[in-house]
Design a binder for this molecule. Structure first.
Ligand code: PGA
Length: 246
C-alpha cells in the first residue's frame, strides 16, 4: 500500500510540502530533484520561491531534471516547459543555470538527446527525489496509457486529451500544442530513490484510486508506482475522495 498524506486544501499542501523539500535540501544540499510541470506544482514552486526570498532556503547546490519537454519547441518559446519552469520556479530560487537540466525540444537528433539526458541523470548520481503530477488518464511525465510503455527517456506521441490540457500554454488552441514530446521513461522515474506524487482537485480522484489500488497496467502508467519502495501520494481532500481507506 502506498503511503498517503491528505491535506485539507491545496494551500496547506503546498506550504507543508515546500517545508519538507527545503528540509530535504538542508539534509542533502547537493540533492538531485526530478521536477514536473502542470498546474499542480505551481503553488509549491511559488512557496519554495517565497521561502528562498525569506532566507529560509538555499538551493545553490541543488541539481534538477525536468520530466519532459515538447518536441519542436525552443527553450525560449513561452509554451516550452523550460519557460514554465523559469517563470514558476527557477526565477524565484538560486539554482545555478548549469545545474538545471531539461530535455532540449529542438535538439537536431531527438534520439541522441534522450540518450544524453539519461547519461546526465546517471552522471549526477541518479534522482534523489522525484516530484510527479498525474494526468486524469493516469500518465506520469508524458508516459501515456498504451499497450506498452518505454523504460528510458524517449520520444512520445501525445494523446488528444493531453494536448487539450496543455492548450493554455499555446494561446488556448490545442491545435497549436505540439503532437510529440520527449519524456523520461517509466524506468527513469522508478529509479528515483524517493517519489512524491502530488494531486489536487476532484478531477484527479478516480485516477488516484486506480493508481494506488487498481491493477498494475500500462493503461494506467501511474499504477507502476505501486512497485516503488518509497513512494508517497500527497493529496488534497478532493483528490483523495475516491480512495478506499483500508
Ligand atoms: P496538471 O497536469 O498538474 O496540470 O493537472 C498533471 C499532468 O498532466 O501530469
Amino acid at each position: 500500500m502506498p503511503k498517503v498524506t491528505i491535506f485539507p486544501d491545496e494551500r496547506v499542501l503546498a506550504r507543508t510540502l515546500a517545508a519538507q523539500i527545503v528540509e530535504a535540501v538542508a539534509q542533502k544540499p547537493d540533492i538531485v530533484l526530478g521536477l514536473p510541470t502542470g498546474r499542480t506544482p505551481i503553488r509549491l514552486y511559488h512557496e519554495l520561491g517565497a521561502m528562498h526570498a525569506k532566507g529560509q532556503a538555499d538551493f545553490s547546490r541543488v541539481t534538477t531534471f525536468n520530466l519532459d519537454e515538447f518536441l519542436g519547441v525552443p527553450p525560449e518559446h513561452p509554451g516550452s516547459y523550460r519557460a514554465f519552469m523559469q517563470e514558476h520556479l527557477f526565477s524565484r530560487v538560486n539554482i545555478p543555470d548549469s545545474q538545471i537540466h531539461l530535455l532540449n525540444g529542438v535538439a537536431p537528433d531527438p534520439l541522441a538527446e534522450c540518450i544524453r539526458y539519461e547519461r546526465a541523470i546517471a552522471a549526477a548520481g541518479g534522482l534523489d527525489l522525484q516530484l510527479l503530477g498525474i494526468g486524469t488518464n493516469g500518465h506520469i511525465g508524458f508516459n501515456e496509457p498504451a499497450r506498452e510503455l518505454t523504460g528510458s527517456t524517449h520520444r512520445v506521441l501525445l494523446k488528444p486529451s493531453t494536448r487539450h490540457s496543455n492548450a493554455a500554454l499555446f494561446g488556448g488552441n490545442e491545435e497549436n500544442v505540439p503532437r510529440e514530446a520527449l519524456s523520461m521513461g517509466m524506468a527513469t522515474i522508478l529509479r528515483a530513490r524517493r517519489i512524491l506524487l502530488i494531486a489536487t482537485g476532484k478531477s484527479k480522484a478516480a485516477c488516484i484510486e486506480r493508481a494506488a489500488h487498481g491493477p498494475i497496467t500500462t493503461r494506467m502508467p501511474a499504477s507502476f508506482l505501486q512497485l516503488h519502495r518509497d513512494m508517497e501520494l500527497v493529496l488534497d481532500e478532493a483528490a483523495a475522495s475516491k480512495l478506499s481507506r483500508s
